[in-house]
Design a protein around this ligand. Structure first.
Ligand SMILES: Cc1ncc(COP(=O)(O)O)c(C=O)c1O
Length: 447
């Protein structure tokens, strides 16, 4: 059996760390392990017990303030007043499901559809990214008449049977569907090619050929357009185009999983796929859409959607409810009113420039890459061999958490890429905190 890494286990608390915890933390971790399912993973050897958040900051139970350099769930900032107000007002008025008429879902959809290519003209709503991808796979299979889905080597697309069967990031314990095929990530740092787009398109064609050889009809390519769990692969801009052409030429559809790069995150565009100039057949959304309120969506071309939706009803009790829609509307309004896309581009570029300067001081920083406030910071044993330094990456995130109170985590098949993806409330003033913390921590760990 091929052993795949389990990114969920990389930055995680394990039983052997328990003896080093203070009594109060120990009591909570013990209680969790007694009454919660064993699949849960806590971040850090010394888990953080958070009690409050505001903007880009978090506070623990002892009153310590942290810089959140990781969480895109609270995309426009923890506890954003506009979302609180919208949810509060709607909750006081009505919350029910989508089998009654309500303007909230229509007003939001009209506004959301203005952000996507005009070919995409239908929206459906769910509660989680997993549900959105699950439906997207069903639609792809219905439209194409096939079952084969291609994802990247370290992809994560969700928790349902269909999506976990397309999520190699869950590790070797998770059986992938027989109809799932993996392509290596479009890693501009490690893949030696003059044309990454061509190279990646070829990888996809090879997997489609393999499906054909095994009697599996190709249905579609499902990809997070910033390849976040593969280790953050944003560049070169446009590299996805040839891959999408290959997908279409083979009768499949392209599903852009925008759970991570959507909603202005990458700065260059409102959606991750838009940076590459491609038009997906289906877009799926999640996390940042409701700033913490569970809401997700599927946006699609009507002809792609109709083969499924003309046959099978869809009812998701809490998907698209008035409260979720109020939260989502507030998020979209804030992104537009506060020009958070331009903010992400400006602040992200400054942050990336400062992080790149760290390469002059630290040989172990092999690569810094990103788009807007979505940055990968890759650690290697030496730049020549590019050997991933997972041990350093893990020690670094612990040091950042313990000494500098900066929260982040790791990604990628080797667990050696720091994923820097703060709430969009992250400001220029926060750059020093993050960059100095990285600098000091690397000096200490490499001393
Ligand atoms: C790219 C991507 N797709 C889908 C999901 C699943 O979303 P959810 O946890 O809301 O089900 C995630 C969650 O981490 C994700 O990162």
């Amino acid at each position: 059996m091929v052993t795949r890494s389990t990114i969920m286990d990389t930055n995680s608390f394990r039983a052997e760390h328990a003896t080093a915890l203070d009594a109060e933390t120990r009591q909570l971790t013990d209680k969790r392990s007694k009454i919660l399912g064993g699949s849960y993973r806590l971040f850090y050897r010394n888990p953080v017990h958070l009690v409050r958040g505001e903007g880009q900051y978090l506070w623990d139970e002892a009153g310590n303030q942290y810089l959140d350099a990781y969480n895109n769930v609270a995309s426009i900032g923890h506890c954003h007043p506009a979302v609180i107000e919208a949810v509060n007002q709607q909750m006081k008025m009505l919350n029910t499901h989508t089998r009654y008429l309500h303007e909230g879902i229509l007003d939001y959809t009209e506004k959301l559809l203005t952000t996507v290519p005009t070919e995409i003209d239908r929206a459906m709503y769910m509660c989680t990214g997993s549900e959105a991808n699950d439906l997207a796979i069903r639609v792809a299979q219905s439209y194409s008449g096939g079952t084969g889905i291609i994802v990247s080597q370290e992809a994560y697309h969700g928790t349902s049977a269909l999506t976990s069967g397309c999520s190699p990031a869950l590790g070797s314990g998770q059986t992938l569907a027989d109809t799932t095929r993996l392509v290596p990530a479009p890693d501009a740092y490690r893949v030696d090619t003059a044309d990454l787009g061509e190279w990646f398109a070829n990888q996809i064609q090879q997997q489609i050929d393999d499906m054909n050889a095994h009697g599996i009809k190709f249905a579609g390519f499902l990809a997070d357009s910033i390849f976040s769990s593969d280790g953050v692969m944003p560049n070169p801009v446009g590299f996805l185009q040839k891959a999408v052409d290959v997908v279409h030429a083979n009768g499949g559809i392209f599903i852009a999983d925008e759970v991570q790069p959507g909603f202005a995150r990458t700065g260059d565009a409102f959606w991750g796929f838009a940076r590459h100039g491609v038009v997906p057949d289906i877009i799926t959304t999640g996390k940042p859409m409701g700033n913490g309120i569970p809401v997700s969506g599927l946006l699609a071309k009507s002809d792609v959607l109709s083969t499924f939706s003309d046959q099978i009803p869809y009812f998701n009790t809490f998907g698209g409810n008035p409260v979720s829609m109020a939260a989502a509307q507030a998020v979209l309004n804030v992104i537009q009113q506060e020009q958070l896309q331009a903010h992400s581009q400006r602040v992200g570029a400054l942050l990336q420039a400062e992080l790149t300067k760290l390469m002059e001081r630290h040989e172990c920083v092999g690569d810094v890459r990103g788009a807007g406030l979505f940055i990968g910071f890759e650690l290697v044993k030496d730049r020549q061999s590019k050997t991933p330094d997972k041990v350093l990456a893990l020690d670094l995130i612990e040091e950042l958490r313990n000494t500098h109170r900066v929260l982040t985590s790791v990604a990628g098949p080797y667990g050696n890429v720091l994923k820097l993806r703060p709430p969009l409330a992250f400001q220029i003033q926060d750059i020093d905190w993050l960059v100095n913390a990285l600098d000091q921590s690397l000096l200490k760990l490499k001393a």
